[in-house]
Design a binder for this molecule. Structure first.
Ligand code: MN
Length: 426
């Protein structure tokens, strides 16, 4: 077991019941305060901990790895993540030790505590990494099958390659935003039903996609693949990812080169990166892969993660209503397989790259990860608790996604990604 994961450890900071952030989580994020200081942080319960201040006060001095002085005084985590997993792991272990109930060095130093601790409501969370490259996979068999049935019919639901490789496309990094930022309904071309010519206008079929995304450490040099057995060493951590989608734009444009303007107007992420180490207790086997995968993708063992996921919609002035409950363990292709496949041709990855799973749909109708599937192309409207109906998203809807795991009596979670859909701009 990782030192920082010890389920017996308690912190001298209060952790509310049902918090996503016990001392065994210790995620990483970037926050700003009222006086416009920006710093890297971690979180225990409802307290945000300033890593730059801890570093300045000497609390990371005798680590086995030396940390650059300014590594946390940045507006992204890229420099920290680039140091590699041995360093980020050692730092997380040190945090576990520092905030352990039995450890007095910071617990009993009121002046230092004042310098490093913030109430979560007094800070603003920022995008945790500068995303140089973003890739979106398509790794849920249930989702790919559902969409295939709707777009191509039951016989051709899964394309011939799907069971042999994790299908993906290169997405747009510049429009990835953090939880709390609004998304504007996009305009574009679409082909109305039964029309022969496309029209231009605001998307009428706005959707979310329930995804999880991993963030990479620095990979290898161009030309050098990351092997399946080392893939997880190159994965720093995971966030919840809402891949906003305009289905009408997507349907008209996607042949033959795949998603473009139906996707690249925005994706929203949760602000705390939960490390792959913190997710160790939730490892499970993935679905049986039949036909067997080619050798370079074969890892055996437990490389999926049992994390409960939910999507809720809060209408303008209405109550939040959860429309889907799924689980990350349903993914057919693991994160390790995704990263291995991504680099098998020699493609290089950089610290802070983001790779999203694709919509994670479960086997039942209430576990589908998009409105497209939940309302089955608009043929089965969902009823929200305020009595209103949704085939797709309406202006003013706030979409909220959450993820957490439970193991050894401990809850490790991601908080949430929450974003409001604004009307199209005239
Ligand atoms: Mn997607």
């Amino acid at each position: 077991m990782r030192y920082a994961n010890d389920p017996q450890r308690r912190s001298w900071l209060t952790v509310p019941q049902d918090s996503d952030f016990p001392i065994q989580n210790l995620p990483f994020g970037i926050f700003s305060t009222d006086n416009e200081m920006v710093s890297a942080g971690t979180r225990i319960g409802d307290v945000v901990i300033d890593l730059a201040a801890l570093h300045q006060l000497g609390y990371f001095k005798d680590l086995e790895f030396e940390l650059p002085d300014d590594v946390f005084l940045q507006n992204t985590l890229n420099a920290f993540i680039e140091l590699g997993k041995p360093v980020t792991r050692a730092l997380r272990d040190r945090l576990a030790q520092l905030f352990d109930l039995q450890e007095p060095i910071l617990r009993d130093n009121e002046a230092h505590r004042k310098e490093v601790l913030y109430a979560v409501e007094d800070v603003q969370m920022l995008l945790p990494v500068f995303v140089q490259d973003y890739t979106d996979f398509y790794s849920s068999r249930e989702h790919a099958t559902n969409v295939g049935i709707m777009f191509r019919g039951k016989e051709n639901a899964l394309m011939p390659n799907w069971l042999h490789l994790p299908v993906g496309y290169h997405g747009r990094a510049s429009s990835i935003v953090v939880s709390g930022e609004d998304i504007v309904r996009p305009k574009g071309q679409m082909l109305p039903p039964d029309a022969e010519q496309p029209v231009f206008g605001a998307s009428r079929l706005m959707d979310f996609e329930l995804e999880m995304a991993f963030i990479t450490h620095k990979g290898k040099d161009l030309g050098h693949p990351i092997g399946i057995s080392e893939a997880e060493e190159h994965i720093f951590g995971v966030v919840v990812f809402n891949d906003w989608s305009a289905r009408d734009l997507q349907k008209w444009e996607y042949v033959p080169l795949g998603p473009f303007l139906g996707k690249n107007f925005g994706s929203s992420v949760s602000p705390w990166i939960v490390t792959l180490d913190a997710l160790e207790p939730f490892r499970v086997q993935g679905p049986v892969q039949d036909p067997p995968v080619l050798d370079y993708l074969n890892h055996g063992g437990a490389h999926n993660f049992d994390l409960d996921l939910e999507v809720c919609i809060q209408p303008e002035n209405g109550a939040e209503h959860c429309v889907s409950r799924s689980n990350m363990k349903y993914l057919y292709w693991s994160m390790a397989q995704q990263l291995t496949h991504h680099t098998v041709n020699g493609c290089n990855v950089q610290a802070g790259d983001m790779m999203a799973s694709g919509t994670i749909s479960g086997p039942t109708e209430d576990s589908y990860g998009s409105m497209l599937e939940l309302s089955w192309k608009g043929t089965k409207p969902l009823k929200l608790s305020d009595g209103s109906e949704r085939k797709f998203l309406m202006d003013g809807d706030t979409v909220i996604m959450r993820a957490h795991g439970m193991a050894n009596g401990l809850r490790i979670g991601f908080g949430e990604v929450r974003s409001k859909l604004l009307p199209a701009i005239d």
